[in-house]
Write a protein that binds this ligand. Structure first.
Ligand code: C2E
Ligand code: MG
Ligand code: MG
Length: 721
């Protein structure tokens, strides 16, 4: 257009503007007035000789005031702006033509305006440069929507967190630079527990509001340590550059889990969810982003499998564990029909007079190849695989059928999974079991865990009412392991509170408040006319202490292990069953007794030793003979986990050793070293950066060992010699 004006105007001199030219001018004027675009021209020094009025208005000026000022002053200061703004003066001095430069208008207020500007240098008859002519148009709204689209492509619209695509870009970029710089990077994969239940019972809009609150809490917990993203429904990812200390990672994971497990208020109702976290660390658990994601995914799967509300570090044997779990799930499908499932009954004893008042039915699975599988393993599998319904129904039926043959007032307690509790058919299932066996409803007790209170809904209240209407008793199981809120005790019609063994066990630790809490629970239970049962009592000192706290009933090895139905009958043949408590005088310390083979490295020699017990600060090892106190060596737990150790006590073939650096929780009841030997270090020693195969560290360890004369006898060579 500007070229056209230039050409046309050059023809006007003598005869005045032609009709054609006048028409063109009118069109252009029209174009300017509708604000679709604007025109400008300068002299050879770059000062404006013409500019459309609308441009001046945007800059809060009159166009006449702009004439004679530098063209570049129409735009934001060239120093602080983007690339285009800097190139404009350069193009002008070079007298180059430019097309569609995006420039920000130098508005006097906060109103951000963008123009797209084109210009061509003009030359007179003698070929001398005479200035510029050009056009511009406002592109503020296009730029905004382009930015919005970019934003949408990178961020999750619900929570405002980075989305999957953005996170994976970040991860790729971080890992590839970090690999060159030999830095570490951790990845947490987080999945909400029970989110689906809340979403289903309270509705999707409520679910969305919950997710927003989750995102807020996550950002607060992670702060500026890393990047948080939402990568799907209730899955989040946290990228933590330069994090590798598993002690610190475990602490952060616990902070996140406890923050997300606090109650939420959504649309005026209260609800509770939890979170599980899988953690993988590059380069140890994967060099590429695919590997790191796969590792954190496996760790998350394991965390969920071992009871939810936990974190879990990736470990090489998790792959095997995941496969095992899949096989168990398949086998569990026909365990009932193969008659591999049975019930054992553990006595519940009146703590005052040692009389058995009832039993808890505990499910047992005798796997055809593996032998007994713990319910702590197969019940969660059954819950995930939709098998808990039939198994639970079978247990109710079986337990009622057995109990009806026991003496008159002895009660039977049956565990009910939260999944059964959420199924509206449960009251019918209970009625059917009672009716077909003839057991009096008052003799049946259903054990329910706190997780049924996840979402405060009418359905929960209705279920409680329907069960109470049948006349069965209700017990709150595993108190002290979950949210431990006393508020629902007032509204839910429980007849009994069962205090979990971990809570009892914790109470004997020096500065534990559990004792005071148990006393408060007992007082509350008495006031509300509920019984209390302490679970998992093993030692006589624990029993004594529980009695002092006035807990009414006890269930634990100190009285009896779970027994078979036949044994229950035998014991009752002589009237009441009274059990004298028996057990160790004191609860043993929490040192983990174990038999675990590890490598011990001392001056270029490598020995096999057995760990007999392990704590955060040290271990008892077995396998070497007469090692002097003060000897230093390295324990190699595998997978790059090494602990520098000093012998503190030496007793023939056993040594008590102390670690230079404390071990940390592995999130799964075990311990691990804070840090591992980096594959980068190994690479620095002249070996290739590994593709981390399972036996990578084992191979490297063998490579390091130059065989020399060992300093110690091993128990094998000692016995042989
Ligand atoms: P729970 O309902 O809390 O059951 C008590 C657990 O503590 C049982 O473990 C019992 O054997 C164990 N226990 C009792 N006294 C002692 C003691 O003195 N020391 C120790 N260390 N443990 C003791 P078990 O049989 O392995 O069951 C584990 C969990 O599996 C149960 O915890 C329950 O949540 C679940 N479960 C078992 N049977 C069923 C069932 O039929 N249905 C459902 N839904 N869950 C079941
Ligand atoms: Mg129970
Ligand atoms: Mg329990």
């Amino acid at each position: 257009m500007s070229n056209r004006i230039a050409r046309q105007s050059s023809k006007t001199d003598a005869a005045g503007p032609s009709i054609e030219t006048k028409e063109a001018l009118r069109l252009l004027q029209n174009y300017e007035e509708t604000r679709q675009g604007w025109f400008w021209s300068t002299d050879k020094d770059g000062n404006l000789t013409y500019v459309t009025e609308s441009v001046a208005q945007i800059l809060d000026k009159k166009s006449i005031e702009l004439i004679g000022t530098p063209f570049t002053q129409l735009f934001v200061d060239t120093q602080q702006s983007d690339e285009n703004q800097r190139t404009l003066p350069f193009l002008l001095t070079k007298r180059s033509k430019f097309l569609e430069l995006q420039l920000q208008a130098a508005t006097s207020n906060d109103d951000v305006r963008w123009w797209e500007v084109s210009g061509s240098p003009q030359f007179d008859h003698f070929g001398e440069f005479s200035g510029y002519r050009g056009s511009g148009k406002d592109i503020t709204s296009q730029r905004q929507s382009a930015q919005d689209t970019a934003q949408l492509a990178m961020f999750d619209s619900l929570t405002g967190l980075a989305n999957r695509a953005q996170m994976s870009k970040k991860l790729d970029a971080t890992l590839s630079t970090f690999q060159q710089q030999k830095r570490t990077c951790s990845m947490m994969l987080l999945d909400l527990d029970h989110f689906k239940t809340v979403n289903d019972t309270m509705g999707h809009p409520a679910g969305d509001m919950l997710l927003k609150q989750v995102a807020k809490r996550l950002l607060k917990a992670v702060d500026d340590a890393g990047e948080v993203g939402r990568i799907g429904g209730d899955e989040f990812q946290i990228l933590l550059p330069d994090w590798e200390d598993r002690g610190k990672l475990g602490e952060l994971a616990n902070t996140i889990i406890s923050s997300l497990s606090q109650p939420y208020t959504v649309e005026g109702s209260r609800c509770i969810i939890g979170a599980s976290i899988g953690i993988a660390i590059s380069p140890f658990d994967g060099l590429s982003s695919d590997d790191l994601i796969r590792s954190s995914d496996l760790a998350l799967y394991a965390a969920k499998g071992s009871g939810r509300g936990r974190f879990q570090f990736f470990a090489r044997d998790l792959q095997q564990a995941a496969e095992d779990r899949k096989i168990l799930e398949d086998d569990l499908r026909d365990a009932l029909s193969r008659e591999e499932i049975s019930l054992h009954y553990q006595p519940v004893v009146n703590a005052k007079n040692n009389t058995v008042t009832g039993f808890e039915a505990l499910m047992r699975w005798n796997h055809r190849e593996r032998g007994p599988v713990s319910p702590a393993i197969f019940i969660p599998i059954a819950e995930d695989a939709n098998l808990i319904g039939p198994l639970g129904e079978w247990a109710l039926q079986r337990a009622c059928a057995d109990a009806v043959k026991w003496p008159g007032n002895v009660r039977i307690a049956v565990n009910v999974s939260p999944i059964q509790f959420a199924d509206a058919r449960l009251p019918e299932v209970v009625k059917k079991a009672l009716k077909s066996t003839g057991l009096a409803p008052a003799r049946l007790e259903l054990e329910i865990t706190e997780s049924v209170f996840l979402a405060e809904t009418d359905e929960t209240d209705d279920m409680f009412k329907a069960l109470k209407d049948i006349g069965v008793r209700l017990a709150l199981d595993d108190f002290g392991t979950g949210y431990s809120s006393l508020s629902y005790l007032q509204t839910a019609p429980f007849d009994k509170i069962k205090i979990d063994q971990s809570f009892v066990r914790g109470a004997t630790e020096p500065d534990s408040r559990n004792g005071a809490i148990i006393a408060a629970i007992v007082a509350l239970a008495n006031a509300l006319d509920m019984e209390t049962t302490a679970e998992g009592i093993e030692a006589l000192d624990e029993l004594e202490w529980i009695r002092e706290l006035s807990v009414s009933h006890v269930q634990g090895y100190v009285y009896s292990m779970p027994v078979k139905d036949e044994d229950v009958h035998k014991r009752f043949e002589t009237g009441d069953w009274i059990i004298m408590p028996e057990g160790p005088a004191k609860q043993r310390s929490d040192r983990n007794s174990m038999f675990r083979k590890v490598k011990l490295i001392h001056e270029n020699s490598c020995y096999d030793v057995m760990i007999r017990n392990l704590s955060k600060t040290g271990a008892l090892i077995e396998g070497l003979v007469d090692v002097p106190v003060g000897t230093k060596f390295v324990l190699d737990f595998g997978d790059g986990q090494i602990a520098v150790s000093t012998v503190r006590r030496s007793m023939g073939q056993q040594q008590g050793i102390e670690f230079e650096q404390r071990l940390v929780d592995d999130g799964n009841g075990g311990l691990c070293t804070r840090t591992r030997i980096s594959p980068y270090l190994i690479a620095a020693a002249g070996m290739e950066v590994p593709n981390m195969s399972a036996d990578f560290y084992a191979k490297k360890r063998d490579d390091w060992q130059h065989k020399s004369i060992p300093s110690f006898y091993t128990t094998d060579s000692w016995k042989a010699g």
